[in-house]
Design a protein around this ligand. Sequence first.
Ligand SMILES: Cc1cc2nc3c(=O)[nH]c(=O)nc-3n(C[C@H](O)[C@H](O)[C@H](O)COP(=O)(O)OP(=O)(O)OC[C@H]3O[C@@H](n4cnc5c(N)ncnc54)[C@H](O)[C@@H]3O)c2cc1C
Ligand SMILES: NC(=O)c1ccc[n+]([C@@H]2O[C@H](COP(=O)([O-])OP(=O)(O)OC[C@H]3O[C@@H](n4cnc5c(N)ncnc54)[C@H](OP(=O)(O)O)[C@@H]3O)[C@@H](O)[C@H]2O)c1
Length: 379
Amino acid sequence: MSTEKQKYTRNNPFMSRMLVNSRMTDPVSEKETRHIELSLEPGMDYTPGDAVGIVPENRPSEVAEVLAALHLTGDERVLDHYKKEISLEEALRTRLAIGKLTRSSVVQYGKLVQHADLQLLSQAEHRSKADEWVYGREFIDLLREYPGGITNPQQLFTVLARLTPRMYSIASSQAMANDAVHTIVRVIRYHTHNRDRQGLCSGHLGERAPEGESMPIFLHANNNFRLPEDPTAPVIMVGPGTGIAPFRAFLQHRKAHGHTGQNWLFFGDQRRETDFLYKDDLEGMVKDGVLTRLDLAFSRDQPKKVYVQDRMTENGHELFQWLERGAYFYVCGDATRMAKDVETALLDSIAKGHNSTPDDAQAYLAEMKKNKRYQLDVY
Ligand SMILES: Cc1cc2nc3c(=O)[nH]c(=O)nc-3n(C[C@H](O)[C@H](O)[C@H](O)COP(=O)(O)OP(=O)(O)OC[C@H]3O[C@@H](n4cnc5c(N)ncnc54)[C@H](O)[C@@H]3O)c2cc1C
Ligand SMILES: NC(=O)c1ccc[n+]([C@@H]2O[C@H](COP(=O)([O-])OP(=O)(O)OC[C@H]3O[C@@H](n4cnc5c(N)ncnc54)[C@H](OP(=O)(O)O)[C@@H]3O)[C@@H](O)[C@H]2O)c1
């Protein structure tokens, strides 16, 4: 990754052009997952394993709702975090997190409006109650339930957190994508407290970022998620759902550079017919020998759920043989459940393969970690 890349950062993003923004999952799928391609300028270099940061904007309709609830027009002038004077509309659209409500916002707002509920939720001993209350709510819910707190628009900068960029694992190798960066975005949509809601950045990308549109981005190095330096080393990748992203980049890179190491991918999602992300790419890589093994787990294609870790367990013996041959093991995707379950399955394969105790398996994994042969990119 070149040092020039640092020219663009989260506070000084590159105005990229949306080259491709297409739905990958079938319209009847329960999920909307999109393939995105964004333009880069010369000197913006990335390495497989890196992420792209995308700077989103709040939905104009939500900004309008907040302005209406505040009885303000949006033309009012405010000073942003850098003391730059901008309109209130711009502040609400580009600077302030009016989506997902935080406990801290409730506490700050509670200082401005006298209401027993807010005083209660602000107390440290009621932290879990406050966490429960904010879950699934946004700033507009707070304003509507407890109006009158904001008497000067500048107060919004005290109450609301700063709007922050979101990271997306890069799904391309620059050896193939040249002056573009690819990623995959799962669009978050849900219904809580009688309203349809969406994730800030994934919603923006899913709804308001058509091809040709500008999008502020920056590249983010992740030196803890890297292909082995040895091009002959075997690689095992576990990436269900959007977790497939960096592995497409890994495989493209290994193919483009003629790395001869074997590659084994575990991928899973809900249904083969509707959610097989990069099906053609992956099947093509199996055909041309880049992907030595592709094991799939479509969780909802049969009555009993099947996950990637089940496929690992079914192939535990061979998996252990790969590890013994020096394979690097990578996991990407959901941090809360999947990554933990995959680690358990890995430990189980190690213990069985070694005919050893769970403690021995832990020691084996610790050694892998030390040698950077066990790497995670989970979120
Ligand atoms: C290193 C890294 C790599 C990543 N790579 C990818 C990637 O390749 N692809 C990808 O799609 N994402 C990836 N992510 C996640 C991504 O950065 C965003 O967090 C994700 O897109 C959600 O952001 P958002 O702005 O759309 O949603 P936000 O506005 O941040 O909203 C998400 C939040 O909404 C709330 N929420 C969601 N559903 C519900 C519900 N049903 N009920 C109540 N509340 C709910 C939850 O609190 C959730 O945390 C990555 C993250 C990291 C850190
Ligand atoms: N509300 C939210 O904010 C929300 C919701 C979902 C995901 N996410 C996050 O978005 C990221 C990627 O989502 P995604 O939709 O691409 O993929 P995902 O939710 O991780 O789902 C991909 C596949 O993994 C399966 N899965 C579920 N639990 C698992 C487990 N414990 N172990 C292994 N596999 C498991 C899913 O099966 P089933 O779905 O059939 O169980 C599905 O087949 C993750 O970080 C996830 O946490 C956020």
